[in-house]
Every structure is written in structure tokens, then in C-alpha cells.
Design a protein around this ligand. Structure first.
Ligand code: AKG
Ligand code: FE2
Length: 427
């Protein structure tokens, strides 16, 4: 256990740390910003980061204590200023709901956390859906560019024939324009109704297969799955949606959770009294007042993280609507989520996200805030997702095996503001 200084694992990590950091001068980096500093702090393998500054709302819930104690990783329920808000249950019969509490983060207006909103069973359903039903044709994944994936999907093929070999796509002679490997920083024009036609007319060259991809078994390829697209097709090279491509339906299990979340939040309690300069008067518009009725997700991404993966600080600004709620569902191992402000110079707030937690990013301040996931916390898979669970009669076993070293994040957005017709805008 890495958190125990007398363990051999800790001593090995300490030796490795001294060896790899001996000659490094960390203070001369010209790109240093408070956001980068926080990323570096939470990425550190040795010594393991101190999480006492991280918001950990699971500590308010006695039913989660056993899982938390088992893992050792723990933040604090009062690390940042929060305001508990009421949820509206009347609109929809709770379906996926676990715990029904919600907290607004006072210093980031529009940021709402709903700890353990997704029930244990619904978490398993969403993980199954992500791997088996969603990460396959016609939804694009990071692997499509480089491999000829089975039509029935990589995951289902892996379950029936883990040793089957997947062939790489033949290398192309074209110059690489867009490599959908790990996510990279590409600076893009912030989308808005006025830049819409510019976005639709920007060329979206297709990505080029790697010249190095080798034949590989499905069992080896599964952990390399990094993302799968939801809804409108996203073009990674330009960081713009490709509206020329057919929009796929948002999977019903994803959509249901998102609607349930947005319809149950009393937005009046989030924005009603929030006259802050960060919102710049937007809270006085009527937009948020209709979200319970008008919100409809149409795009997004499923992120598949292995323990060593991270997602660097970024702003999701490709959506034409820059204020509509983005709903983000955490599944599997816990993670540190950082949310800052409109630039990397704002010191970010660290939040410990555990399986079943939901983050909602809404309004102009929060939707355009830098955020990222510097760290997946190893060994934090909750018991109800681990093999020990007999409720599902053994069918969960391969999922448990995958999830032991993984975190899945379902990140759902609304590209178009309600009332915006892309066909009219294009004409
Ligand atoms: O994994 C997460 O919690 C956040 C993912 C995210 O920010 C994104 O997909 O844009
Ligand atoms: Fe994001």
C-alpha cells in the first residue's frame, strides 16, 4: 500500500522518485501557472499527494465510509465552500437515483456536485452500456483510425474471443493532420451562434492511421480504448464538431440520467441569488429558468481512463451553447478533478470524485472554466463494482476485472441552444 511509509511499495516509489527527480529544476518553467502547479501536485506518485485540501462530499454519507476507509484516499467534506441545494423530486420518478443531495460550489457559480446520485445498480448498467453497447460502430472511438475493429464491437468480441487478433489499418502516405491518440491541446475558436458558419466551413481532414500499429489481440487492445464519441461527431484535429456528419442518438441510459439531473436541480437556488461579477449579469437572463423543460443533450464523450492516465487542463468551448448544463458521470476508480477559472492563472479547486458522483457545469463562468483530471486514485474501486459482488450472477466478472484499473467518465453536453436551428443558421 503506497500510503504506508513502512511498506516495500512505498520504499520502491521513494527510490524511483529520488532517481528521476535528482537533476530537475522545477521552478524555471516559463509555462508555470497555478493550474499547472496543482496538476503537478496531484500527479505526484511520490510522496503521494496530501488530499486534505480536496473536497470529498462522500464523507457526509455514512453508507460510503467502509469503501473510503478501505482505500486510504480521503479528502475533506469542508475543504471548499459549498451550499447544499434542494432537489425537485416531483418532476420525475427517481430511476437511476441513489442519494439525492446536491451541493453548489460557492466560488464557481454554476458548478453543482451530486454525490452518489447514481445507484450502485445503475452504475453497473452505465459501465456495461459504455463498454459493450456504446464504444462501437457507428460511434467513433480513438482506436478506429488505427485498427479495423470488429463490427460487433471490441468489447463483445473480447468477451467471446479474447485471443482474436485485430488488424491495423494500412498506413497512409498522407501527412498526419489529426491524430486521435491521447487528447492534445489544440487551440480552437470558441464556438457561438455567430461563428457557426465559420465552423461548418472549416475543412475537417480525416485522421491518418499510425504507421506503427501492429496486429494485436482484443485483450491487449481493450485497455487502449481512450474515448468514444456521443451524438454529434467531434473532430479532434480542429476541436470542432463536424456538423456535416450524421448525428448519432445519445444512448438512452446516458440521456435518462442527464435529464433526471437537470430536471431535479432547482436552478433558482443555483443562480437566483448569485449576483457575482463572474456571471456578468447573465444570471438576470431567463435562460436557466427554462432548463428543466428545454435541456436536451446531443453530444459528448465517454472517457476511459487507466490508472496512469490523466486529462490535462482544458476548456470545453466547442459547443455553440456556452451556458447549457454539461453533465458528467464518474464511474469506477475515484479521481481528482480540478476546476479553476477563465484562465490558468486562477487557483483551481480540487474535488475528489467517486463512483456514482455527478458534476454539473453550467452558466458562463463554469462552462468556460479550465478543468482537468490530473490523477486517478489507484485502489479505489468500490465493493459494488468489484468481483466480490454476487448480485449479478457472475456476468459482472469481466467488467470488474476491467474496472479494477479504470475510471469511466460519461461527459454529456448540449451543443445547440434551445431554439437554434442549425439548418437555418447554415443557409
Ligand atoms: O473525466 C472527467 O471527469 C472530466 C472529463 C472532461 O472534462 C471532458 O471530457 O471534457
Ligand atoms: Fe472537459
Amino acid at each position: 500500500m503506497l500510503l504506508d511509509p513502512s511498506s516495500s511499495e512505498y520504499k520502491r516509489a521513494r527510490r524511483h522518485h529520488y532517481k528521476t527527480t535528482k537533476n530537475r529544476d522545477g521552478d524555471t518553467d516559463p509555462d508555470w501557472t497555478p493550474f499547472r502547479a496543482a496538476e503537478k501536485k496531484y500527479k505526484a506518485r511520490f510522496p503521494p499527494p496530501d488530499l486534505s485540501g480536496a473536497l470529498d462530499l462522500a464523507l457526509l454519507d455514512a453508507s460510503r465510509h467502509a469503501d473510503i476507509e478501505q482505500t486510504g484516499w480521503k479528502g475533506r467534506p469542508d475543504a471548499v465552500r459549498v451550499k447544499e441545494i434542494d432537489l425537485d423530486d416531483a418532476r420525475q420518478k427517481p430511476g437511476a437515483a441513489g442519494t439525492r443531495r446536491a451541493f453548489a460550489i460557492v466560488d464557481v457559480p454554476g458548478l453543482v456536485i451530486l454525490p452518489a446520485f447514481v445507484s450502485d445498480e445503475a452504475q453497473r448498467d452505465l459501465i456495461r452500456w459504455s463498454l459493450r453497447d456504446h464504444a462501437k460502430y457507428p460511434n467513433e472511438t480513438n482506436l478506429d483510425t488505427h485498427y479495423i475493429l470488429p463490427h460487433s464491437g471490441l468489447w463483445s468480441t473480447y468477451l467471446s474471443s479474447p485471443e482474436i487478433v485485430v488488424q491495423p489499418r494500412p498506413p497512409s502516405s498522407a501527412t498526419p493532420s489529426n491524430s486521435p491518440g491521447p487528447r492534445r491541446l489544440v487551440s480552437n475558436t470558441p464556438a457561438s451562434p455567430t461563428t457557426f458558419s465559420l465552423i461548418t466551413s472549416t475543412p475537417k481532414p480525416s485522421s491518418v492511421p499510425s504507421a506503427y500499429a501492429q496486429p494485436i489481440s482484443t485483450a491487449q487492445l481493450v485497455p487502449r480504448l481512450r474515448w468514444a464519441n456521443i451524438g454529434w461527431s467531434y473532430h479532434w484535429g480542429t476541436k470542432q464538431y463536424d456538423f456535416a456528419r450524421e448525428v448519432q442518438p445519445v444512448g438512452e441510459p446516458f440521456r435518462r440520467v442527464c435529464l433526471e439531473v437537470v430536471r431535479s436541480i432547482r436552478w433558482q437556488e443555483v443562480f437566483g441569488g448569485a449576483a457575482t461579477e463572474l456571471l456578468d449579469g447573465w444570471e438576470g437572463t431567463s435562460e436557466w429558468r427554462t432548463w428543466q423543460e428545454t435541456y436536451e443533450p446531443d453530444a459528448g464523450i465517454v472517457n476511459f481512463y487507466q490508472i496512469k492516465d490523466s486529462l490535462m487542463g482544458h476548456v470545453d468551448r466547442s459547443e455553440i451553447c456556452a451556458t447549457s448544463p454539461l453533465v458528467s458521470i464518474s464511474l469506477g476508480n475515484a479521481a481528482i478533478f480540478l476546476v479553476g477559472g477563465l484562465t490558468r492563472d486562477v487557483v483551481p479547486i480540487p474535488i475528489l470524485l467517486r463512483s456514482g458522483d455527478i458534476v454539473v457545469m453550467s452558466g458562463p463562468a463554469c462552462r468556460r472554466a479550465f478543468h482537468g483530471v490530473p490523477r486517478i486514485l489507484e485502489g479505489t474501486l468500490p465493493t459494488h463494482l468489484d468481483e466480490g459482488d454476487t448480485v449479478t450472477g457472475g456476468t459482472w466478472t469481466p467488467y470488474a476485472r476491467y474496472m479494477r484499473t479504470a475510471r469511466v467518465n460519461v461527459n454529456v453536453r448540449q451543443v445547440f441552444p434551445s431554439g437554434f436551428d442549425p439548418r437555418l443558421a447554415q443557409a
